[in-house]
Design a protein around this ligand. Structure first.
Ligand code: ADP
Ligand code: MG
Length: 477
């Protein structure tokens, strides 16, 4: 049997977070009334001239740097022609043979260890509008709010070889761009869109065979599923003696199917030429340097440092560096409480679940790192139990109060008075004679049952360590 190796290259479009369009002053926001943000430039009215937003260029430079690319001090704009209702000018302003940045690489961790994907190029371009099919019955409407929104297109070399790896790569890419603060990278809102090019070859073969391109995927899970399907189809075609037709395929996430959009033969001739209305993009070394400085420590570097400096496991370091704000939150707690492992447990456990529950991100989350540090100190001093601490956290969040105040107001201080504890232990033991017999008959795992009852009786306030000790001696009597 022949063994096939999938070969995959990715093209990613990312909306830059400038809040405005690339060549005019209209604002660029998601979800407004259709055609609320349009002007002669992005409507493509005759005689309207584009002016470049320098902030978009800065963010594009930062994107290139975050991906390890060489930034070119001179790059050119080009017109790419195609006719489509949501493309008002009849062409898109993009970069073609002289892009902003080339030759980078992204390392990512997958099931098979660390892999590297080379980045072929990063260039700037404007987005198109949107064709809307569900607004006007029986007709397609056009919304040009998105037309002219600044994008970078990131093109990889065909260095990926399995769908799960593609997903891991895209996750790392997304994280990197979020850290670099160039985009909000929301796949649902379309600010990060990935197309996958895929072919197959026999293992050991070096050349590239004809590929198909999968478009319209709007989730990481979707891209993985679409690729699996397409790879299986290509293998079946080739093993059946057929050949792969180069074509563009559209992913239908709902049905989980791919359908041909256009074949290579019908492919557009884009008639690229240099954009006459815009001068070349000229960047001084100082602009590039300024963006290099603006670049924060990137996720993989940060995760590695968390491992070195705090002794965290690779898994914990990875989870804690998912977002830059989350990593900063954790780091502040770790430094504040002086025990990174303990900080990691709190942040990855109760804090992350409260954030999820409240739909809050680390920046907007009501419990700030210094307040969490105070709570951790109360637990460490034995003043409150672990389970009481969870109640305290909830109240801190809901009533915006400090940990000590919540503990005092609610009487959540841990009960360690032996007389009080002994009375609860006696009460529980007396109430469960059958379990006592079974325990004494050797079923010692019932200890947990008794501890649970005593903790319940104390409304979570008993010191579980002391309860354990008292129960053991009482039950062995
Ligand atoms: P196209 O002309 O179809 O746009 P490009 O050569 O510009 O193709 O490459 C576009 C993307 O497709 C890149 O990410 C590249 O790595 C990938 N790619 C190119 N050839 C192949 C192939 N044979 N198999 C898989 N991916 C490929
Ligand atoms: Mg392409």
């Amino acid at each position: 049997m022949t063994h096939w190796q999938p070969v995959i290259g990715i093209e990613v479009h990312v909306q830059l977070r400038t809040g405005r369009k690339l060549f005019c002053a209209d604002c660029a926001v998601f979800g407004d009334e259709p055609n609320a943000h349009v002007c002669p430039v992005c409507l493509g009215l005759p005689g309207a001239l584009p002016t470049l937003d320098p902030q978009a260029v800065r963010l594009a430079v930062r994107t290139g740097l975050a991906l390890g690319c060489t930034i070119h001090e001179r790059s050119l704009w080009a017109r790419k022609h195609y006719f489509y209702p949501d493309q008002p000018k009849g062409y898109q302003i993009t970069q073609f043979d002289r892009p902003l940045a080339t030759g980078g690489a992204v390392d990512f961790d997958g099931a098979g260890g660390t892999s590297r994907v080379r980045i072929r190029r990063v260039h700037m371009e404007e987005d198109s509008g949107k064709s809307v099919h569900d607004r006007v019955p029986g007709a397609t409407a056009v919304d040009l709010n998105r037309a002219g929104t600044p994008l970078v297109e990131i093109v990889t070399e065909p260095d990926l070889h399995d769908p799960a790896g593609v997903r891991a790569f895209l996750q790392t890419l997304k994280r990197t761009l979020e850290y670099a603060d160039v985009s909000d990278c929301s796949m649902e809102e379309g600010s990060l869109r990935a197309d996958a090019n895929v072919s197959i070859r026999q293992i050991g073969e070096a050349g590239l065979n004809s590929k198909t391109e999968i478009k319209n995927v709007n989730s990481f899970a979707g891209i993985e599923r679409a690729l699996r399907l397409e790879i299986a189809r290509q293998i079946e075609v080739v093993e059946g003696g057929g050949t792969i037709r180069p074509e563009t395929l559209l992913w239908d996430d709902h049905r989980g199917t791919l359908r041909a959009m256009r074949s290579k033969e019908e492919r557009h001739d884009y008639r690229y030429f240099t954009e006459p209305d815009l001068p070349p993009v000229q960047l001084g070394p100082e602009t590039i340097h300024a963006e290099r400085i603006a670049l924060p420590e990137l996720p993989r570097a940060r995760a590695a440092r968390f491992g070195r400096e705090f002794g965290l496991s690779a898994y914990d370091a990875e989870v804690l560096t998912q977002t830059r704000a989350g990593a900063e939150y954790f780091e502040e707690v770790a430094r504040g409480c002086g025990d990174a492992k303990e900080a990691a447990n709190w942040v990855m456990g109760p804090i992350q679940s409260l954030m999820r529950e409240h739909g809050a991100d680390p920046v907007g989350f009501g419990i700030r790192p210094p307040q969490l540090v105070e709570l951790i100190a109360l637990v460490r001093e034995g003043r409150i139990s672990d389970s009481a601490a969870r109640t305290v956290l909830r109240v801190m969040l809901e009533e915006s109060k400090a940990a000590v105040d919540v503990v005092e107001e609610r009487g959540l201080e841990q009960v360690r008075d032996p007389d009080v504890l002994r009375s609860w232990v006696d009460e529980v033991v007396d109430a469960h004679p059958q379990q006592v017999d079974r325990y004494r008959g050797g079923e010692t795992k019932l200890l947990g049952f008794f501890v649970g009852r005593v903790m319940g009786r104390s409304e979570g306030r008993a010191d579980p360590r002391l309860v354990n000790q008292l129960l053991r001696s009482r039950l062995s009597a």
